[in-house]
Ligand binder design. Sequence first.
Ligand code: CMP
Length: 139
Amino acid sequence: MQQQTLAIIKPDGVARNLIGEIIGRIEAHGLRIQAMKMIHLSKTQAEAFYAVHRERPFFQSLTDFMSEGPVVSMILSGENAIQVWRDLMGATDPVKAAPGTIRRDFGQSIERNTTHGSDGQETAAFETAYFFSQIESVN
Ligand code: CMP
């Protein structure tokens, strides 16, 4: 199934000059980049993006981290794009992520885990619309 998903290179990835490395892996795995921008989220914008985690103990720390510096957000598309991107990233916790995945190779902690990806179709629809308007996404 052709899908779209939201990918974010988090502040720890941008700060360590990993943008090119990560985009290289995305392209090498056949995903298409349909939209892309760099943005420095405000704390309020990070809180709204991660609103589903509002009750989690790590919510404040997570939203501080996500607003500490710029991120690169992208809409990726392709066959089973949601799962393909999740597989490329690896498990949330870098120590549990499989060898060769982005989070295993670059993640610093369960929070500073370098990339984000939508976890399902509903989330992908919310998250892509949160970052991009229709005119910013190519067909
Ligand atoms: P992400 O895929 O962006 O989705 C939610 C984020 O919350 C996750 O990556 C991590 O950055 C962070 N996160 C998830 N679980 C924890 C945890 N137990 N402690 C701290 N941060 C977490």
